[in-house]
Design a protein around this ligand. Structure first.
Ligand code: GLC
Length: 476
């Protein structure tokens, strides 16, 4: 027992995204930073993701020479998967290439990254799950724990259990809204399994079969036990709630540091915070807004999906635009949201700018250059934007849910509203602006925000404890 406690734990992360290789949302940031934050003397970690078309186009120069082929039994025949490897921050990342299912087209067929339930999508992620499971059995490090993330890999704990493989499994839920539900007849055929229900819900299978389930903030872990946030899965989550824990995500403090961020106009830190306003002038200039450090600049950066509360913002933009303030938005997503924002672009050309797309440099410039960061999310498992904003001394105004509630302290390092209603959001923006106008108070809030500890170190410690627990079966 002592022996196994002292030896290293080998872990394979399996996920659909990993920054900087393939990023749609916050999932990529977690997979791109948690493995390297785990203590090297206690863990060996590898990451497995699909080799999407964009990765094969942009990253091949960085691939290590080692290429392997594996055979994957899928859809009643034997397919070949090519395994590439790239090492980022000393973490080996395995990329699974297969032209038929994985390596053509965008990461997700839908612009908002939601699951479509289509057969094509089932093939993509079930093939990935099967191939990843075949791969882990061949890896030199011999993982003891398979750490799956979200619905894309939710079937893996089920396959491990039903095939009596000896891996321990953890499933992390980054977003319960996306579940991956397919006709059982399709899943049965593709994976040679035997579901007798009509539908198979991949996330649900992960929840039921993983040894432990985590989610990305303590508040969200509580919220998803209720019908309001449970997305139909709260009864099942209730069942396993002794094996469910919320661990707050961290932030990559090096990638987001106003003191040496190469992507922003002027670097600044706590000791020379007044330099922050030059970043604001830069943004105002970029978007042809009136250049003035006095005018509050509000920003929002997110996927344009129902989750993010775009409708609350939409409802109050006309009222906000009656005041002397400016708004910048960056994101892509549902076409209907995009067109409303474009309409505002035309209506308020000198004070409102929505940039439709994703642009990392611009994102950094907005975090640095704006005063107030809006996050009216209807629900938010963890949320990264508020943490980045705070690190840049940009004050979040957010809905008090999930990770937002766990990272923002109202009136201290940001502002929180309780009811998911446009009016409440509006009132809170007003309140934040009244603070903004009192420069001493605002400075104090900025200081508190910039000093908040969102390092991965803290979260990594909690994950390590969990890995030790799961490896030793101590929770049973
Ligand atoms: C999802 C959630 C977000 C979380 C991220 C990483 O994108 O919506 O709240 O921060 O996953 O866990």
């Amino acid at each position: 027992w002592l022996m196994s406690k002292n030896s290293k734990i080998n872990i394979a992360f399996i996920a659909a995204e990993c920054a900087p290789l393939a990023k749609v949302g916050g999932l990529a940031d977690v997979i791109g930073s948690l493995p390297s934050a785990l203590p090297k003397d206690k863990t060996n970690v590898v990451v497995i993701i699909p080799a999407y078309e964009t990765i094969l186009k942009e990253w091949t120069k960085k691939f290590t020479k080692k290429v392997e082929r594996i055979k994957v039994k899928f859809n009643s025949s034997i397919k070949t998967a090519i395994i590439h490897q790239v090492i980022i921050n000393s973490v080996p990342i395995y990329l699974i290439e297969n032209k038929e299912y994985l390596s053509t087209g965008p990461i997700y067929p839908r612009p908002d990254a939601s699951s479509s339930g289509s057969e094509e999508e089932a093939k993509r992620f079930l093939f990935f799950s099967q191939a990843a499971l075949d791969l882990v059995q061949k890896l030199e490090i011999q993982p003891q724990i398979i750490h799956c993330h979200d619905w894309h890999t939710g079937i893996i704990p089920y396959l491990i259990k039903s095939r009596k493989l000896s891996f321990k499994t953890i499933l992390t839920i980054h977003n319960l809204a996306y579940q991956g539900v397919y006709l059982a007849s399709i899943v049965n055929r593709l994976l040679e399994v035997n579901f007798s229900t009509k539908l198979v819900n991949c996330l649900q299978q992960g929840i039921l079969n993983a040894d432990y389930v985590t989610t990305v903030s303590p508040s969200y872990a509580q919220e998803i036990l209720t019908p309001e946030f449970g997305r139909g899965l709260s009864p099942i989550l209730q069942k396993i709630k002794d094996h469910l824990v919320g661990i707050l995500n961290g932030l990559d403090l090096n990638a987001y540091n106003p003191a040496n961020d190469p992507l922003i106009a002027v670097n600044y830190s706590l000791s020379n915070l007044r330099l922050k306003s030059r970043n604001k002038l830069f943004l105002q200039n970029k978007f042809s807004f009136e250049q003035s450090v006095e005018i509050p600049l509000l920003a929002m950066i997110c996927r344009l999906t129902p989750q993010k509360g775009v409708v609350l913002l939409r409802d109050i933009v006309p009222r906000l635009m009656e005041q002397n303030l400016q708004i910048v938005i960056l994101g892509t997503g549902l076409p209907s949201y995009e067109s409303v924002l474009k309409l505002f672009n035309r209506r308020y050309p000198r004070r409102f700018h929505a940039e439709i797309g994703f642009n990392n440099r611009l994102a950094h410039q907005i975090y640095a250059g704006s005063d107030i960061f809006l996050m009216p999310s209807r629900f938010e498992p963890c949320g990264l934007g508020q943490m980045i904003a705070m690190r840049y001394g940009t004050i979040p105004v957010a809905h008090a849910v999930g990770g937002l509630k766990d990272t923002i302290r109202d009136g201290k390092n940001g502002f929180l509203f309780k009811n998911y209603q446009a009016e409440d959001f509006y009132q809170l923006i007003e309140r934040s602006i009244s603070f903004y106008r009192q420069s001493e108070k605002w400075l104090q809030i900025q200081r508190m925000a910039m000093q908040s500890d969102f390092s991965w170190r803290r979260s990594a410690r909690e994950y390590l404890k969990l890995y030790q627990l799961v490896k030793l079966d101590k929770f049973c």
